[in-house]
Design a protein around this ligand. Structure first.
Ligand code: NAG
Ligand code: NAG
Length: 431
């Protein structure tokens, strides 16, 4: 038997490899290079894009090796890799990597960013959830509890006999959503079709709202009632508004949850630019994301009752809507955006601001000046001016002359011969 020694050798070799892998712990994390782009096609990949010099990346490395090992041990189809994003920067930027470390799950054309805590369990949970099937069976009470703990909002279909003892269902099959520390059963008559119900119920009753969430909330068609506060300010005005909204979200859910989403927003920068207004915080604002209208309370909200009154006024149309998506608002938006761009450039870098906005103004005024004075004593002024020019000005003048020259040429090519001559004559007259 000739094959036997070869087989044993291979066994030994494998044993050595395994021993090595276990020792280093890095064996199940593939080091990726340019070829990754071609080779990844059919697989699902969990990739850590790192930079060799970055401290957070170094901290992640042992965790990442554990993730690789555990994913392999679990028999997960997800492959784990890491890529030096500084060496393969073009690939990294193709995947939208901007900071380090960036963790992404790549599945066909889709790339999912991981933004959670950088611990083994959280990362693995993310990978399994995103890579796995959209619907997973929950065969036991234990499994259900495990999954429920990890999801703030969980939709469950209950078919035959349910092992969920503490859930009372009027009939089977049923669909439920578990969130906000309780559960709600889908009712076809009251809630309309299932997919739009899921769309409306996929957020917790009360949220920390940021720009991205607000954009997502737009899909639900609900009005968004938010306390705009400073999260770091522990004074009573700020915390009170937040708890009022929380209370309304919880205690008046049955009344308002079909039409309203509740939450708070930290800081007023985002909301100001959205509303093109200057809200002083803390305040409460209700947004209609469907038509970009918003409502501000006409007096201080001191209690839950005030807030409920305010919401009822919005619902019965007595509260005055502001903003909207009409033509006037769109014009206002253009002006507002231009203004805030200029302001933010000046704020972040006054010098750049002067350069960007001052330079064209300067060039234009020099040109105007030139045109206005050209017919009279232009020559004298121009000569004197040229002597005093600083280096900068000379440069810009040259630039503008060149541009003018180019412009002239461009115009000439568009003119017919006769017109060209006429222009020539006029030009000579000027000279
Ligand atoms: C907290 O908010 C109050 C009321 O808006 C304000 O007067 C106070 O200056 C704020 N405190 C800090 C530390 O920002
Ligand atoms: C919100 O906007 C939609 C779309 O324009 C409109 O139908 C709805 O009545 C608005 N809701 C309120 C409370 O103004």
């Amino acid at each position: 038997m000739a094959a036997a020694p070869g087989g044993r050798q291979r066994c030994l070799l494998w044993a050595a490899v395994v021993a090595h892998v276990v020792a280093s712990g890095a064996g199940f994390v593939e080091d990726l290079d340019e070829s990754f782009k071609e080779n990844r096609k059919d697989d699902i990949w969990l990739v850590d894009f790192y930079a060799p010099w970055c401290g957070h990346c170094k901290k992640l490395e042992p965790v990442w090796n554990e993730v690789g090992t555990e994913m392999r041990n679990m028999g997960s189809p997800v492959k784990v890799g890491k890529m030096d994003a500084t060496s393969f920067s073009s690939i990294a930027s193709e995947f939208g990597v901007r900071g380090y470390p960036t963790i992404k799950l790549l599945k066909g054309d889709l790339a999912y960013n991981y933004r959670g805590p950088r611990t083994k369990d959280d990362i693995i949970e993310f990978a399994n959830r995103v890579a796995g099937p959209l619907i997973r069976p929950l065969p036991s009470q234990h499994m259900f509890e495990h999954v429920q703990k990890r999801h703030r909002v969980l939709f469950v279909y209950v078919g035959g006999e349910s092992p969920l003892k503490y859930v009372t269902l009027p009939e089977l099959p049923a669909v439920m959503v578990f969130k906000d520390g309780t559960y709600f059963v889908y009712d076809e008559y009251e809630d309309g079709d299932l997919s739009s119900w899921i769309n409306r119920e996929r957020f917790q009753g009360y949220l920390h709202v940021d720009g991205f969430t607000l954009y997502e909330l737009g899909d639900t068609g609900k009005l968004v009632a938010i306390a705009v506060i400073d999260d770091k300010n522990s004074s009573v005005e700020h915390t009170r508004l937040k708890s009022i909204i929380q209370e309304v979200a919880r205690d008046y859910r049955d009344h308002f949850h079909r039409d309203f989403q509740f939450g708070h927003m930290d800081g007023n920068d985002y909301i100001n630019s959205l509303l093109m207004d200057d809200l002083t915080i803390p305040t409460i604002v209700v947004l209609n994301t469907s038509n970009q209208q918003y409502f501000l309370p006409d007096r201080h909200i001191e209690s839950t009752e005030d807030m409920v009154q305010f919401i009822n006024n919005i619902l019965d149309g007595t509260a005055e809507a502001q903003g909207g998506d009409g033509l006037l608002q769109r014009i206002k938006r253009i002006i507002y955006d231009a203004k805030s761009t200029i302001v933010s450039v000046f704020k972040s870098s006054p010098l750049l601001g002067c350069f960007l906005f001052g330079l064209p103004l300067g060039v234009i005024s020099i040109m105007c000046y030139g045109i206005c004075t050209a017919d009279t004593e232009g020559e004298v002024f121009e000569h004197e001016g040229a002597k005093k020019e600083s280096g900068d000005r000379e440069l810009t003048d040259e630039g503008s002359e060149e541009e003018q020259e180019e412009e002239k040429n461009a115009k000439y090519t568009e003119l017919s011969d006769g017109e060209l001559k006429q222009k020539d004559i006029m030009e000579k007259k000027k000279d």
